[in-house]
Design a protein around this ligand. Structure first.
Ligand SMILES: [Zn+2]
Length: 417
């Protein structure tokens, strides 16, 4: 698919990002292929690739093989040394973080147990994680910032910050201001499902898709709809909060105030509650995997129930939104997700197809347990790497040379994505 570049002079940053985006998605691409894909003149593409190389975001090399005349053609790829980003995935009992480079490789990873009800201790733990990872970045000037992914919804009185799948007791996200002050790094944040979806879109299994649905399967259950490679937000910024769709009439009481919500049956919290009989215990992934390997009877009961809800959820999502595929990521162990998907087959009939075509209707993240962290890490670099006209209309401070060059947004010290 050709991505159309803009012709006006003021669209130079947009054109640079269009070209950068093609290079990122293709992995390695020749100048001729770029010209074919972006509808910009050969001279403009030549100028842009030269500029991108000079500023350190792409590397070029001569392609081996058949020489037509003169030098063999050049190929361009993202330069992994172009910059790093720190991703922090916050869950009620766990903070996971990683230093990620410009091509989405996890360079270092760290994880600590937290009790998010203690906000001061949580902040201290996250500051320590970020500080440790920042020190490992090879170039402090090219550390784009910290992305934080955390459960939604945001800013809904009586709904946000309630229950064990959210940050119970918090009243706002001022902790992120504190994180910014303590680390001196720009902080970007998003609902975990939207972050995970952007991670898959930039570096994961959805790299070649402009639209898909993302199911975030962690302690809770969230969703994100990607349209034209941006997360659809809805009127209040909390669209596709699928965990709170009522799915069982007169079902289990949910922390949102309703009964029978999907998350009460399909989430790691619901698994722990079902297996242990306690709502205040979260099994670790290692414990879940041990039970799974042993075909634990209680866990298998949960899996059978959860998979029938997954089967219905897939049908609802497909009939509502007709996504190219449903990507499943999040902090749940991949082996557990694989088991649930296998049990959910054959899928129900929907606008995406009939039961036997399940393989392409569901796509598992190939990062699964790292997908949340990767999603968080893309928040500081997403706008830089992914072209959107909307960004050009917003005020920019141009904090860093590259941000100005690419027209990426830097609206303040703590930015919602
Ligand atoms: Zn609910």
């Amino acid at each position: 698919m050709a991505t159309r570049g803009a012709t006006q002079q003021s669209s130079a940053p947009y054109n640079r990002r269009i070209v950068l985006d093609v290079i990122r998605r293709r992995g390695e691409v020749s100048r001729k292929e770029i010209i074919d894909l972006v509808a910009l003149s050969p001279q403009t593409v030549a100028n842009i690739t030269q500029d991108l190389e000079e500023i350190g975001l792409v590397v070029s090399k001569r392609l081996k093989g058949e020489k037509v005349r003169g030098q063999p053609p050049m190929a361009f790829a993202l330069d992994p040394r172009g910059g790093d980003s720190i991703g922090v995935s916050l869950e009620p009992r766990k903070a996971s973080a990683a230093l990620v480079n410009l091509v989405g490789e996890v360079l270092h990873r760290a994880e600590v147990e937290i009790d998010a009800r203690d906000q001061a201790a949580t902040l201290k733990a996250v500051v320590a994680l970020v500080g440790d990872l920042a020190a490992r970045s090879s170039d402090a000037k090219r550390l784009w910032g910290v992305g934080v992914a955390l459960p939604g919804p945001f800013d809904v009185p009586g709904f946000s910050f309630t229950g064990p799948t959210a940050f119970e007791g918090w009243t706002d996200l001022s902790i992120l201001e504190e994180l910014q002050k303590a680390t001196g790094l720009p902080v970007f944040y998003s609902i975990d499902s939207a972050a995970g979806a952007l991670g898959e879109s930039l570096f994961g299994v959805a790299c070649d898709l402009t639209g898909f649905f993302y199911l975030h399967f962690g302690v809770g259950l969230g969703g994100a709809l990607i349209v034209d490679r941006a997360a659809y937000k809805g009127a209040g910024g909390n669209a596709t909060e699928i965990g709170h769709i009522p799915i069982v009439p007169h079902g289990k009481a949910c922390y949102c105030g309703n009964h029978g919500c999907l998350e009460r049956y399909l989430s790691l919290h619901s698994l722990s509650e079902f297996v242990t009989g306690r709502a205040d215990v979260e099994l670790t992934n290692a414990e879940i995997l041990t039970l799974l390997e042993a075909d634990d009877e209680k866990l298998m009961d949960w899996c059978r129930q959860a998979s029938s809800h997954l089967r219905n959820a897939v049908c609802i999502i497909e009939n509502m939104l007709d996504p190219a595929t449903i990507v499943i990521g999040g902090s749940a162990p991949r082996a557990l997700v694989e088991r649930l998907v296998a049990l959910a087959m054959p899928l129900r009939h929907s606008v995406r197809g009939r039961g036997g075509e399940g393989a392409s209707r569901i796509t598992l993240s190939d990062r699964q347990e790292d997908s949340s962290i990767l999603g968080a890490a893309v928040l500081p670099i997403h706008e830089m790497l992914s072209p959107s006209y909307e960004v050009l209309l917003q005020e920019r401070k141009g904090r860093a040379e590259v941000e100005t060059f690419l027209g990426a947004r830097s609206t303040g010290r703590v930015t919602a994505i």
